[in-house]
Design a protein around this ligand. Structure first.
Ligand code: BT5
Length: 271
């Protein structure tokens, strides 16, 4: 039997079967063994009309996805690989900010629950000890005009991947909760913490946008106040990170003093 004490391949009732304390997130949990990507499975379920808050949880992903076609290493039983279906009625330009808000809320919850110093790196990285501990991937489902009617929020958290179990190319850049905490940690408490954190921030985000997490983001961001370089929309911008905008853009002060909002891209701190 695995660490969840449940055989995969069933639809679970989160509260009864997993001890979730959420109101609507994880009411139904499609718990699967191996999938290509939980986000891909969840997208199929969205189209089939699956309920708001339903979660797809897998032991293992053969084709776990990151942003921009990148891949996400998802070994069996060693991490939380989950996707949440949401039906938010959200302005399309606010969708990316939901990923940022989710990263902040989950980093916060992991820090509290497991006594680690968890931080965030814009847009969607969760870091511990300067290494990547998790990532969020938000994808639109049904869109009507400029309204998002459904979306999938993918959550990847490395729970018990040992240093040597990461592939060579991730070994210095990635970490896991068990490594950071210096003790064994199972997936279930991590799943519970992540889904509760998501539920709380989702409701605040729907009402207030990224302003709901701006204060906390400023406290746990690894890049606030630093000079960074970001590749965005085919060009490179260098500047000092000054804020998170209400829509979730990174606000950068360019060397000429102008304030620039960056919506996509990968941030590289240079000093
Ligand atoms: C992300 O992308 O950080 C979003 C990751 C989301 C994964 C979840 S798991 C459940 C759900 N279903 C999916 O298919 N995906 C979501 P990005 O910022 O693009 O970062 C990707 C990069 O992180 C890769 O190019 C690697 O360099 C690195 N990476 C890959 N796997 C990793 C891991 N397990 N831990 C740390 N870093 C990793």
């Amino acid at each position: 039997m695995n660490d969840l004490g449940i055989e995969p391949g069933r639809v679970l009732e989160g509260r009864r079967d997993l001890g979730l304390e959420t109101r609507f997130v994880g009411k139904r949990v499609h718990y699967l063994g191996s999938v290509a990507s939980t986000n891909a499975t969840a997208r199929g379920l969205v189209d089939a009309g699956e309920l708001d808050g339903t979660v797809v949880l897998a032991d293992e992903q053969a084709e776990g996805r990151g942003r921009s076609g990148r891949s996400w290493f998802s070994p069996s039983g060693l991490g939380v690989w989950a996707s949440i279906i949401v039906r938010p009625e959200l302005d399309a330009k606010r969708l990316a900010g939901l990923g940022i808000a989710t990263a902040v809320a989950i980093a916060d919850a992991l820090g509290r629950e497991f006594g680690i110093d968890a931080r965030v790196k814009w847009p969607n990285d969760i870091l511990g000890g300067g290494r990547k501990l998790g990532g969020i991937l938000v994808e639109a489902g049904q869109v009507a005009g400029d309204r998002i009617e459904s979306a999938v929020v993918g959550i990847g958290i490395n729970v018990a991947i040992g240093r040597d179990e990461f592939p060579e190319e991730l070994r210095t850049a990635a970490t896991s909760l068990a490594t950071l905490a210096g003790r064994p940690i199972g997936r279930l408490p991590v799943l519970r913490a992540a889904l509760s954190a998501f539920e709380g921030v989702y409701e605040r985000y729907a009402a207030e946008g990224a302003a709901s997490v701006r204060g906390r983001w400023r406290e746990i961001s690894t890049t606030l106040g630093r000079v960074i370089e970001v590749e965005t929309a085919g060009r490179s911008i260098v500047g000092t990170v000054t804020d998170l905008s209400p829509e979730g853009a990174l606000v950068i002060q360019a060397p000429d003093g102008r304030s620039v909002e960056v919506w996509h891209g990968d941030v590289v701190p240079i000093r």
